[in-house]
Design a protein around this ligand. Sequence first.
Ligand code: MN
Ligand code: MN
Length: 285
Amino acid sequence: MVLRGINFAFATASFEKAEFVIVGVPFDRTTSFRPGARAAPNAIREASNNFEPYVFEHDLLLTDVNVHDAGNIEDCGSSEDMVRETKQVVTSIVKAGKFPIVIGGEHAVTIPAVQAFHDVGVITIDAHLDFRDEYMNNKLSHACVLRRNADHVGIENVLAFGVRSISIEEKMAKMPEYIDAYTIHEEGVEKAFKRALNMIRRENIYFSLDVDGIDPAYAPGTGTPEPFGLTSMDVKKCINMLGPRLVGFDVNEVSPPYDKGNTAALAARMIIEVISVVHNHRKKQ
Ligand code: MN
Ligand code: MN
């Protein structure tokens, strides 16, 4: 684990004291279209330092929250290396009773992050279903994320939200639950996400945000942009509705070479949103 350069904003706590632990996974080897997600962890850290420490709508001072930035996973050579190292690091965070926040990297980083948990449901926000069994001869591809998650937690415990791209191979095979972007636009995000939360029977939920789930108008700096997406406010509302059920989070597929900084800022702000919501819920208990 190395931390070169800048910390995530206000992440000054030691590992021992921390309520949240941030870890970057600079991996984009299976990216199918536009590479660059390997640069995202540090770009998102940099962007995070532009925000006020006071999150006024949550009445929360981030300087009052213990967050540790563990740096980046070093051994991201092959998919197998990345999965082994990430699983080990996230498992140590979960075992220590802390809330892991993983910064990708491409979406494949979610495969080992979910393997660090037992008894969780998984909700992804994603333009893509990511339910291929393999892609370009790789079962650990970012196109196979939800399928691998289903292998670990059971197909009935995963759900994709905001989908608007499904391959014919996925359509022909057994599909996981999903709520597509068109339905969300019609139904309204609150009603649709409430349904999603009811579909997941397990109390604890791991939440994975593939930024291409958000419309490219809001999140252009990504590897596989896909029109007709959610708004950034939609996703903020989802995080707030997840509330006390959230046990782990990652944001992935930010691609700084295609970004003017707005996508990295959005990802950083979503991390701050998760920290604010989870911390305030736990404080109330
Ligand atoms: Mn994805
Ligand atoms: Mn995607």
